[in-house]
Design a protein around this ligand. Structure first.
Ligand code: SF4
Length: 275
């Protein structure tokens, strides 16, 4: 039986980028056979520029895979005969009821549909995994750092085994940034969909000031999602991207820390998003 191949799941954020560059430097062994970037087609342009740069630093190939544009799927509604509407892919959202009560939708399919499924599909292909295979053919490297250890979850796929090299190396996100700086590498961006409601205020503010065109995309997406979901039989609240349930372009993005508030969703981009 052949040895399983090592595949690095590349979110193109701080942690997975550090992990990839550490592997390239021989600081994590063995050398991965490949990295896979599952593209929602909705990352900021800074993430795509970073990925272009990163790819050139790595001795192993980076495969970019996609299921399409997530924002289009999140707006595409299936309507049942009795008028209920469902999005093809759900993203997390905050909601404001007619009685002004703020809620949230945490059940989402975006990570599974647009990150995990394309990643597994490509991994199976690269690892030559046969239908119904129950032996491990792929070791999947996941860039979760020590401070996010609660996000570690074993995979349910029998043909795959997860590995968390940054946890093995006892490295936090800050350690990753220090490692990058010590090597003279530029600072990686935070990877996530432009409009992801898991952004904290610091990230929203950065987007608004440093990437205004990307921020505007999020503003427009919020309006579009309100139109797509609003007033349907099964959705009586108004969806918003920010926890205050104010239109995004009217929110005061003082940082969460400054306000002494915690992120409403405390499981920021759980899964493979943004690592
Ligand atoms: S970044 Fe946010 S919106 Fe995008 S796939 Fe992940 S959880 Fe969904």
């Amino acid at each position: 039986m052949s040895e399983p191949i090592h595949i690095l799941s590349l979110g193109a954020g701080v942690q997975s980028s550090t992990m990839a560059l550490m592997a390239a430097a021989g600081e994590i062994l063995p050398m991965p056979a490949a990295a896979i970037f599952a593209d929602t087609q909705d990352e900021t342009s800074s993430v795509y520029s970073w990925l272009d740069w990163l790819e050139k630093q790595l001795p192993f190939p980076v495969h970019r895979v996609t299921r399409g544009k997530l924002s289009e799927n999140a707006l595409k509604m299936k309507v049942t005969k009795d008028g209920r509407r469902f999005a093809s892919s759900d993203i997390p959202l905050f909601t404001l009821s007619a009685k002004n009560q703020i809620g949230k939708i945490v059940n989402r399919s975006c990570t599974r549909d647009f990150k995990l499924d394309p990643l597994f599909k490509k991994s199976k292909q690269l690892g030559g995994i046969k239908r119904g295979q129950k032996t491990v053919g792929v070791i999947q490297w996941i860039g979760i750092s020590l401070d996010e250890i609660y996000r570690m979850k074993p995979t349910r796929e029998k043909w795959s085994e997860s590995r968390w090299p940054l946890v093995e190396a006892r490295m936090s996100r800050t350690d990753c940034l220090r490692w990058m700086e010590a090597k003279g590498f530029p600072k990686p961006p935070r990877s996530a969909c432009v409009y992801c409601p898991f952004h904290n205020d610091h990230e929203w503010r950065r987007l608004k000031t440093e990437e205004p065109a990307e921020f505007e995309k999020a503003v427009q997406f919020e309006k579009a999602v309100q139109t797509a979901k609003g007033n349907s039989e099964n959705f009586h609240s108004t969806p918003f991207l920010h926890r205050t349930c104010k239109p995004l372009d009217q929110v005061d993005f003082s940082t969460d820390e400054e306000r002494g508030q915690l992120n409403f969703f405390n499981n920021e981009c759980e899964g493979m998003c943004g690592v």
